[in-house]
Each structure stands twice: as C-alpha cells, then as structure tokens.
Design a protein around this ligand. Sequence first.
Ligand code: NAD
Length: 477
Amino acid sequence: MLGRDRLFIGGAWVDSAGTGTIDVVSPHTEELIGRVPEGTEADIDRAVAAAREAFDHGPWPRMGPAERAEVLGRLSAIYAERQQAMADLVTAEMGSPALFSIFGQAAIPQMVLQYYTDLAASYPWEEERQGMQGPVTVVREPVGVVAAIVPWNVPQFALMLKLAPALIAGCTIVAKPSPETPLDTVLFADWLAEADVPAGVVNIVPGGREVGAHLVAHPGVDKVSFTGSTAAGRQIGEVCGRQLKRVTLELGGKSAAIILEDADLAATVEGFKMASLSNNGQVCAAQTRILAPRSRYDEVADALTAMVGSLTVGDPSSFDTHIGPLVSRRQQERVEGYIRLGQEEGAKVLVGGLNRPHDRGWYVAPTVFGDVTNDMRIAREEIFGPVLALIPYEDEEDAVLIANDSEYGLAGSVWTSDVDHGIEVARRIRTGSCGVNLYGVDPGTPFGGYKNSGLGRELGPEGLEAYLEHKSIPRPA
Ligand code: NAD
C-alpha cells in the first residue's frame, strides 16, 4: 500500500488531528493502491503555524538567495535522479500515460525547480535607483506564508510552479494536494527532508475543498496560489479580495487550434496528439476546439478521425498506450455526459462516442465531434477529457473571431507553413500563450490566463514576482 499514515508538518511526520483517511484507487484497475490521512482544519492550523514560525523566526527568509539556491540545487538533483519513480507514481494514482508522465509529471516539474534555482544568481533582488528626489534602494522581499492549492491532473507540475519560485523568494508554504492525488507529495516530502530544507518551510496537508477553503481564509496566510477550476477560483478570489490577500489563479480553458489554409495537415494532426490529447485530455491548456478552413474541412475531418481512431487506449503504465483512463468514475461520467450532450446539440460523432473501450477502469473512447458550431456547449465548456470539437471557419478573420469568442483565455495555437504569418495570427488571440505549430509551456516564459482563465502569471521571472513584495528605501540626495 502506497502513502503514509502521517502528515508532513514542521519538518516531521506527525499524526493528523482527525481519524479520516483518503483512499487512492487506481483508475486502471479500480483497486485500492494507497492511503493517506485526510487533513482537517486543525491540521491546517498546525501547518500554517509551522510555516508562520519558519517565516517569522526561521533561517529560510533570512538566508541570501544564493544560500537558498544551494539547498534547492540539492533538491533538484534528488528530483532529477528519481524522476522515473515520480512519473510511475503519478501514473498509478491518476492514470497519466507513461509516455506523457515521464515528461509532464516529472521531468518538467524538475526543470521548473532547476530554472528557479538558477534564476537566483541573475535576478535583480535589490537595485539602486536614482529617484526624482534622491537615491532610492528598491528591494524585493518574500511575500510571506503561501498557500499552494493544486489539482489532480498535473499534481507535481502545478505544485512546482508555486513551490519553486516561492521557495527561492524566501517564502514558506502550506501545500494542499487534491484528494485524488496525494501520493506524489508523500514521496516529494521525503526528498525535501533529504535535501535539508529547513523544518516548517514546506508543509503538506492533503484534503478536500472544505480544508482548502479553511487554508485560503486563514489569517496566517499572506498569499494564495491556486490552480484548478474557474468556479473554485472565483470563490477563492472573492475571499482573498475581502482580506486583501495576494492571489494568483490558474484556471480552466477551452483553447482553439487554428489550422490555416497552408498547414501541413499530416504534421498538424500528429501535433494534436500532444497539444490536444496528452494526459488523456486532462490538461487545462488542451487545444480542444479545432478550427478548420471550410475549404479543407473534409480533409481535416478525415485526418483527425484517422489519427484519433488509431490511438491505443489502455493500461497507462505501458509505453504503447496513448490514452489511459480518466482520473475517477465521476470524471468518466462527466465526460460521457458531454459526449451525450454534443449529440443532443446536433454535432456528429466522427470517431469514438459512448462505447467504453474497457469494462474495467475509468476509460472513455477518444472522441471527435464534427459539425460543431461555437455556440454549442461542447465548444464553450471545459470537458477535461479526450474529446475534440471540429469547427469550420470561412476565412482567417472568422477564425480569429471564433477563437476569441470564449469566456476563457488560457492558450491557443496556429498551424501553418508560414511561421511569420502564424506569429501575426497568434498576436491576435486573446490568450496568455499561443503556440505556432505546437503547443508547449516553457519554464522560462510566463504562463497564465486572460479573461476567466485566471489572474497573474506563473513561470519565468514573472512567476517569481508573484512571491515578492517591492519595498522602496529613499534617502536624502
Ligand atoms: P477543482 O477546482 O475542483 O480543485 C482544485 C483544487 O482546489 C483541489 O485541491 C480542491 O480540493 C481545491 N478546492 C476546490 N474548491 C476549493 C475552494 N473553494 N477553496 C479552496 N480549495 C478548493 O479542480 P480539479 O477538478 O481538481 O482540476 C481540474 C481543473 O483545474 C480544470 O478546470 C483545469 O482547467 C484546471 N487546471 C488549470 C491549470 C492552469 O494552469 N490554468 C492547470 C491544471 C488544471
């Protein structure tokens, strides 16, 4: 049985104040594979007190960035060495296919940790400015105790986007993993201890939304960094607004992939395996609205149908698998609900549909809908599964209009033989990122959402700013 019967608080494994447990069930076998204590409000209070103590009186915020980088360098080296163990664990707990897992659930989180460790040396922590009335020293100080709340789809990636910049900034942290995926943080906690991250700097309390809400509203927390659904983000933003608490929100998306007239269709459709369907479609930035020029609509529909129809659906631990199970029965039923809805709305299933590929495990057939219009709910709402909506457009102007006609603004992509032109089209899309002939997230560049996809940015130097307060120290000329 994976997991632990204790919580990682104040640098030690301690008993939970409660008696509840979280059972982790394999999405592939539906068998129990792990168990952790279910955190309670009292556990959150204790974790916040530990983080508060480490911030107010401990060594971490008082070290220089170079010293903190030395500790994080050790953590990053441990992570790099054991990436495969982390990838295997995330695959076991939430069904991420092994091919994606090693990269998206382990290598990228480690790269993010290394990126911020390295950034410490070149980041302008402090500068002298000649102000209009005299010299001013501008310093960047850690924001304080950070609540990091993460979803289950990319649990280590979402955590590291918060933890790495917060730690290099000198903050201390209470992390709350999702109840679906608490096991990866147990492994990670052992690595924190091994790297000699001081006690109380990182505390971990798995639990559901009530426990999360208690953490968000806790007066001992200075900043909340949340990744999850837009609905939860809105509630969290309201609480933080009332308390004037700093907040970063990374929320949902409904990203459009615009296929231009001149696109190399074979390469484009191959690119969608990663851009639209990786992690079984459970990616916030998944390119799930496929916009095709009407002149090439049939050709695109055929190519997309052939590609999706050829995907291997099955055991996520096999490197031959493209699509594994969804995270939970609830998610399986939710995605199937959208497949039913698409049919009711008049869209046509080109491949996939409601036949489950396997009797056991929370599988859904990868599905492409044709004849979709952008006003259908399957084109407007986040499905969070392997379901694509193919939407025809008349000309480039129309494609940009459709892409931007969404409450979300997280990501997008443009597929074309003319990269310069692709960049021009990408500039017109109202999203926090928009790829050309790929979709990807780079640790060194900002990631986040326009519109209802969020508030603030993670990654890059911008992601570090989110954990810093700026202080000016003026003096007479
Ligand atoms: P969710 O919003 O239900 O839960 C996310 C996390 O927040 C969980 O840990 C949950 O326990 C906690 N939570 C929920 N309500 C809360 C509240 N009111 N107060 C405090 N904590 C609360 O989302 P989910 O179903 O776990 O994850 C899927 C969603 O996450 C999708 O909408 C997806 O787009 C989004 N997501 C966004 C990004 C991004 O970077 N923009 C990345 C990954 C996932």
